[in-house]
Design a binder for this molecule. Sequence first.
Ligand code: PAF
Length: 282
Amino acid sequence: MRVVKSIKVLRKLLRKEKLSNHKIGFVPTMGSLHEGHLSLIRNCRRENEISILSIFINPKQFVKGDDFSSYPREEKKDIFLAKKENIDIIFFPTNKEMYSDGHSTVINVEKLSTVLCGKYRPGHFQGVTTVVGKLLNIIEPDTLYLGQKDAQQAIILKKMIDDLNWPVKVNICPTVREKNGLAMSSRNQYLSDNEKKEASILFRSLKEAKHTILSGQRDSKKIIQSIRNLITKNSSAKIQYIECVNADTLEKLTILKGKVMIALAVHLGRARLIDNIQIAVK
Ligand code: PAF
């Protein structure tokens, strides 16, 4: 396994692999690796000859009030875990390597970036698309691996790749959960044991909503209210949003039909948690 900090060195290494027609898979992360990341890495390893993991805490996607300075940084543990998973290359750039002085070009996916989380974290998705766009230009992978937990991020990145005609496949892998249903996230470290227990209500309420929809309920307002009730009754979480949207376009749904996604964001203790569930509704 190589740990590479320089774009130039990485490009040189990858040129050789490309000349040998090796398939390159890419897992972008901000480090603090957990089972969710490891499952992306395993899919990547299975489907490609060369697997690259990037670890870069991208300042441009943190907005005012976010946790940039306290975001977990676990370089040694991350390298250890990546090695255990047989990653070929870790790309671990510095801020300066990624953003030269006076960096002024951004990528913005309109509309999709302003709904759901985008409404509450303006500029966040522009930071994500800009950094992933740069990483894709540097690595030129065949396949990009993303998690379903960050469903909006995955949809926006897919749209960016499609709109900009980049020859990259996107593989969206299922959310990995704790035993109690809590979606794995680096930010779960902010939760106390008790908050972790409370947080199990998020997925439980989404599953219950799915069951109610599959039993015939089509009114999104009723579904949202039932999730809201369950969360407030069973936890101290402060709900930021609960929305029923089309799972491809992220458009709000009043009547639930087609590819439905219920997405939510809450604050619990120090953590902001997101989760979602998808349901095919006839
Ligand atoms: O999901 C993340 O960890 C980040 O948003 C990503 C995709 C690595 C971009 O910085």
